[in-house]
Design a protein around this ligand. Structure first.
Ligand SMILES: [Zn+2]
Ligand SMILES: [Zn+2]
Length: 753
């Protein structure tokens, strides 16, 4: 058949849907029928295969007739879980839309959504707002003959709890994943703490206490196992054996230790760690202990179930492959987490050591065993700023495909202004890693913004280029404040605003106008947020407060359209993390209160620029760098930005770690009376801080909350006239991306009390 097939003509149905034998075929037929009706007003009749039908047919799912055609349709299931796919093709005067429905596969559903995409439908966001349904009263389709199979067998994005998620959001996400051919596989996964599945404590704790881990106080723990104890290995093996026996299509058993620093403190477990620390995690690498245990169990399971998988994770302190295991069992699969790895740059970026390390580790794992990726999108903080990483997806997803990676279990957030384009492009590439990202983005701009497409496309790629080229590095779990102004510079923000102005002028269709307006609102949020952050760092607290209201207004306007475009942060997140608009707002108010008379009054801001000197060989104390007559060579840095962002990082973005010194002078006038002076640091990054005033050590602080300001009651040696202050900071490599030093201004004030 070479001529187009007419489905609807001038609002009248010209084809019938013939529904296949399964529930999935019924679901898919209903989706097809209702969407065609939304497009054209015409309702295609749905019939079963038994009724005699004449005219043009659209067969949805398998049935008697489809089987008789003898065409290839993906089917079947093995423990490889790589049989997904669908067929869309013309047969005689009819069309077959059907896919693999075995096991948990959703092939016929994907086939219908793929067919609707051919007609022009799109699902950029979950729910009504992101849906594009073309309006036409005639639908005719060109000849189609295709079989599609996905590039990856796992293609999931799930909502973590960092942003609010209601039932409707969850349902809409599930549907949206179907629309874009993502999946959830429904296999047993190695979630945090799932090790308890292996030996449930209510079953074994009383009778077999010795299989449970010894904690640091010598007590047995119910949440973690002793990994070197032979009985632990026996019991774990028996649990998995029973599960596999009872469930023939349970192809995988997932288990992992609890989050954090899970280990057994018994001598044998400790010895097995071989004293290895993971670079930049800075504490014990637990890989050898953990994978010894996993491997022993896996070898036993393999004898009986050679085609099933034990899945565990390479997460937290188990990101490194083990060093002391020679016979790594090939039935182990690893969920490799992109922790402690910059998310602004692509894998292997020559300017980003974190992404280079990621590439090296991943390649080592992929040599050992099947790997799937646990990554984070957005991969930074909770501040809800744009997170453009299409430049990464374009490179990384084909790279993963070449490496044989199984797929993705992406930790997502319910913040769709921030993530929708990433997620949309992600689903496209997870299905077919050969697709052209530029073409996907162009199509998105045309379908979602209509006449404004040209300017929105410029907006998207201008933002992308700025992130791709930045020498700032940031990662998920990095809960202090990232200096976003380095990427989102004033000229960049102005350029983006010009594009949005053009876009607004170009649009006439109401739907497109609304989409541009929402993007504009999000741009307002970005501008306001950047101002709050910048003004707080500089000490302009009053102005910063007024910007907070602007950010809140932009956020509510977006929430009015749909609560998950730019959601409110849940209370527990606000309480547990400073990395939110609310957290920044609290910090700003704390500082304002100390200057505007609420808690106290400003005496003087310390200078913005201080003398600075790194101290890699720890000479500073011996040579008394805090003395004003120690001149030597000092640099000058601003105290409103981390030292990495002022030149103290190498060409791969590795920031200076170790000791560093700041020094400056400040004046105290003689009209202070006898009121005590307090010195407040707005924000200092470093694990330890020492402060000298007039050559006397007045403070040593373990700096556990580097995003929070702190106060020092000044000692009696403070004097009218010129005073001298020196700050020594120790910033070691653990848990840091590229942030060190004083990054919010310090000031002197007097308390009202
Ligand atoms: Zn132990
Ligand atoms: Zn980077």
């Amino acid at each position: 058949m070479n001529k187009p097939m007419m489905i609807v003509e001038s609002g009248r149905p010209k084809a019938k849907i013939v529904v296949g034998d399964s529930n999935q075929a019924v679901e898919a037929s209903n989706i097809l029928q209702s969407t065609i009706k939304n497009i054209s007003g015409a309702e295609l009749p749905i019939t079963t295969d038994n009724q005699s039908v004449s005219g043009t047919h659209i067969y949805v799912g398998r049935g008697k007739s489809v089987e008789s055609f003898g065409i290839e349709i993906p089917s079947g299931i093995t423990s490889q879980m790589d049989e997904e796919g669908f067929t869309i093709r013309n047969v005689n005067d009819s069309l077959v839309i059907a896919g693999n429905e075995d096991w948990h596969y959703r092939g016929t559903i994907y086939a219908v959504f793929d067919f609707l995409e051919i007609i022009g439908c799109r699902w950029f966001f979950p729910g009504q707002y992101g849906q594009v349904i073309p309006q036409m009263d005639t639908i005719s389709i060109p000849p189609i003959n295709k079989i599609e199979r996905p590039s990856f067998r796992m293609r999931n994005i799930w909502y973590s709890g960092w942003m609010p998620v209601n039932d409707e959001d969850s349902e809409e996400l599930t549907r949206w994943l179907d629309c874009n051919k993502a999946n959830r596989l429904l296999i047993s996964l190695p979630g945090d703490g799932t090790i308890t599945r292996l030996a449930p404590s209510d079953q074994y704790f009383d009778t077999h206490p010795h299989i449970y881990a010894v904690d640091s106080k010598g007590e047995r723990s119910r949440d973690m196992l002793c990994l070197s104890q032979p009985d632990t290995i026996e019991i774990a093996t028996e649990t998995i054996r029973t599960a596999f026996d009872q469930n023939p299509t349970m192809f995988a058993f997932g288990f992992a230790p609890p989050d954090g620093m899970p280990m057994c403190h018994c001598t044998q477990c400790q010895q097995r760690l071989h004293g290895i620390n993971a670079k930049h995690l800075g504490r014990a690498s637990l890989s050898d202990g953990w994978f010894y245990f996993v491997n022993e169990v896996a070898k036993k399971i393999q004898v009986e179930f050679p085609d099933r998988w034990l899945l565990t994770n390479g997460y937290a302190n188990r990101m490194y492959p083990p060093e002391g295991i020679s016979d790594f069992s090939e039935n182990i699969g690893i969920q490799f987490a992109f922790l402690q790895s910059c998310t602004l740059h692509r894998i292997g970026d020559p300017r980003c050591w974190q992404r280079q390390d990621c590439e090296k580790l991943l390649k080592r794992w992929a040599d050992l065993c099947p790997v799937f990726i646990y990554d984070y999108d957005p991969g930074v903080d909770l501040q809800n700023l744009p997170f453009p990483t299409l430049h990464n997806l374009r490179h990384d997803i084909p790279f993963f495909k070449d490496l044989g990676v199984w797929g993705f279990w992406t930790e997502g957030q319910n913040t769709w202004m921030r993530t929708h384009l990433n997620y949309y492009v992600r689903t496209k590439l997870m299905w077919n890693s050969d697709l052209d990202v530029d073409a996907i983005v162009r199509d998105y701009c045309q379908k979602f913004y209509g006449e404004a497409a040209y300017w929105i496309e410029k907006y998207v790629w201008t933002l992308e280029n700025a992130v791709e080229k930045t020498d700032l590095h940031a990662q998920w779990g990095n809960n202090h404040h990232i200096p976003w102004k380095i990427i989102f510079t004033d000229p960049l923000i102005e350029t983006l605003q010009e594009y949005l102005n053009h876009a607004r002028q170009q649009t006439s269709a109401l739907a497109h106008q609304r989409h541009v307006d929402m993007l504009q609102e999000y741009h307002h949020y970005l501008i306001a947020f950047l101002s709050i952050q910048q003004l707080t760092h500089l000490g302009e607290y009053q102005q910063a407060i007024s910007k907070i209201d602007e950010a809140l207004v932009a956020r509510s306007k977006l929430s009015e359209v749909k609560s998950n475009l730019l959601p409110h942060t849940p209370d527990w997140v606000v309480e547990s993390s400073d990395s939110t608009l609310e957290g920044l707002s609290d910090i700003c108010r704390y500082l304002l209160d100390r200057t505007d008379g609420t808690v106290g009054k400003l005496v003087v801001f310390l200078p913005r620029d201080w003398k600075f000197k790194t101290d890699p060989f720890e000479d500073g104390l011996i040579e008394q760098w805090y003395r004003s007559d120690y001149e030597d060579e000092w640099d000058s840095v601003a105290t409103t930005l981390y030292w990495e962002n002022q030149g103290y990082q190498n060409e791969t973005g590795y920031g200076y770690t170790g000791y560093a010194w700041y020094r400056t002078e400040f004046e105290v006038k003689n009209d202070m009376g006898n009121r005590p002076l307090i010195l407040t640091f707005g924000g200092v990054f470093g694990q330890e801080i020492w402060v000298w005033i007039n050559q006397l050590l007045v403070l040593h602080r373990d700096n556990e909350s580097p995003s929070k300001p702190f106060d020092i009651n000044l000692p009696e040696n403070i004097q009218v006239g010129t005073n001298q202050i020196a700050v020594r900071i120790h910033s070691h490599g653990a848990h840091r991306g590229a942030q060190g030093g004083i990054y919010r201004r310090a000031f002197l004030w007097t308390s009202n009390n």
